[in-house]
Design a protein around this ligand. Structure first.
Ligand code: AMP
Length: 116
């Protein structure tokens, strides 16, 4: 894969480093999960690794196994915590121009509706 450079001048880097406030849903050793500022579903959470990864492929290729496991268990914890089952949910990770990625720091959108 072509070498790409992570750019720290992005909003999620600033949120992780507490330079900007966010609406925190859950924090793990290697991730934070926040409510999306412009929700596209009744539940719209962004789960974001704390490490500097550009997108999904960069994360999976370059993060440690511990980071990858912690991140994925974080998704499952949010699904449980937000009661997204049995109603259902979707996961989405945009990358690059074609993917219309706005924020160049890896994140996964969790979209669903709580069964509360
Ligand atoms: P994308 O990079 O296209 O996958 O999407 C970036 C997402 O980040 C969008 O859904 C935005 O609404 C969201 N977003 C941008 N700034 C913030 C912020 N300060 N707090 C929470 N969500 C944000």
């Amino acid at each position: 894969m072509t070498e790409r450079e992570y750019n720290k001048d992005n909003v999620f880097y600033k949120i992780i480093n507490k330079e900007i406030n966010s609406n925190l849903v859950l924090e793990g050793k290697h991730f934070i999960a926040i409510n999306d500022i412009s929700p596209k579903a009744p539940v719209h959470v962004l789960i974001i690794p704390k490490g500097n990864y550009i997108d999904y492929a960069d994360f999976v290729m370059n993060a440690t196994d511990e980071e990858i496991i912690d991140f994925n268990k974080g998704i499952a914890t949010i699904v449980e915590q937000m009661k997204l089952l049995p109603g259902g949910y979707k996961l989405l990770s945009n990358s690059g121009l074609f993917g219309q990625q706005e924020v160049p720091h890896m994140h996964v959108h969790i979209l669903g509706k709580s069964s509360n």
